[in-house]
Design a protein around this ligand. Structure first.
Ligand SMILES: *Cc1c(COP(=O)(O)O)cnc(C)c1O
Length: 238
């Protein structure tokens, strides 16, 4: 098991907050304009709750099973819980009503199931549409070319509300290349916003992780998802 120290988490949390504030300012925004979401996969609830006690107000899990196993233990009084990992339609009913947002919607089939399960519970579920900005065959996410059609289809569904876009760009050796992907996402985000599709909001652009969140904010991210830079390295990757 990874050894974690609360003092490391505290130091990391403060450092990340400072970096976020500086990057926000350098892109003409305020630190309040950027949401710091902690990616909590493989991290025990005790450490997650410690980060929450420091002021962290958004957490995200990757797997339904892991989310459910920790659900009762999270301190969610002032903290929002997001699903950020790939989601299968047949697992949607297990998390609708528990999560504040699903960031990984990339098909109409998945959107329809979220809509149906939300309608049943008489709630509306906020979602982001995940874009495969690098065009990688192995990755989830909708292609930029298909995005508008998917948004128009989701807009017709009840009880599901698109709030923006999310992406996980390809792993890049250099920062310049990754900035190119972030820039393409920002352009897509602005283009889609300008189309003013009924019932679709573009409030959130979720991109940037531990190694590149500063660059992502400079390129327009409004939400960054940070795991290892906060909690330390993971023993395995998901
Ligand atoms: C794990 C994960 C992150 C954070 O990754 P780090 O490199 O540890 O910061 C962000 N987004 C998603 C979807 C993830 O699965």
């Amino acid at each position: 098991m990874t050894e974690r120290l609360l003092s490391d988490i505290e130091y990391n949390y403060k450092t990340i907050c400072e970096n976020i504030a500086a990057a926000a300012e350098s892109s003409g925004r305020k630190k309040e304009d950027i949401t710091f979401l902690a990616a909590t996969k493989t991290v025990e609830a005790e450490y997650i709750n410690y980060a929450i006690s420091l002021g962290l107000d958004h957490i995200g899990e990757n797997r339904v099973q892991e989310l459910l196993s920790k659900y009762e233990a999270y301190n969610l009084e002032r903290t929002k819980l997001h699903m950020i990992g790939h989601l299968q339609s047949n697992k949607v009913r297990q998390i609708v009503g528990k999560v504040d947002m699903i960031e990984s919607v990339d098909s109409i089939k998945l959107a329809k199931e979220i809509s149906a399960q939300s309608l049943k519970r008489e709630i509306t579920t906020d979602v982001l549409v995940e874009v495969n900005i690098g065009g990688e065959e192995s990755k989830s996410g909708i292609s930029p070319e298909m995005l508008e059609d998917l948004l128009c289809e989701i807009a017709e569904l009840p009880s599901i509300k698109v709030q923006g876009l999310m992406t996980i760009p390809p792993i890049c050796e250099n920062k310049q290349k990754i900035c190119g992907y972030f820039e393409n996402m920002r352009k897509l985000f602005i283009d889609i916003s300008a189309k003013k599709i009924d019932n679709i909001s573009m409030n959130v652009l979720s991109m940037g992780m531990s190694d590149d969140y500063v660059e992502a904010i400079r390129e327009g991210a409004t939400m960054v998802r940070i795991g290892s830079a906060l909690f330390g390295a993971r023993n395995y990757n998901i």
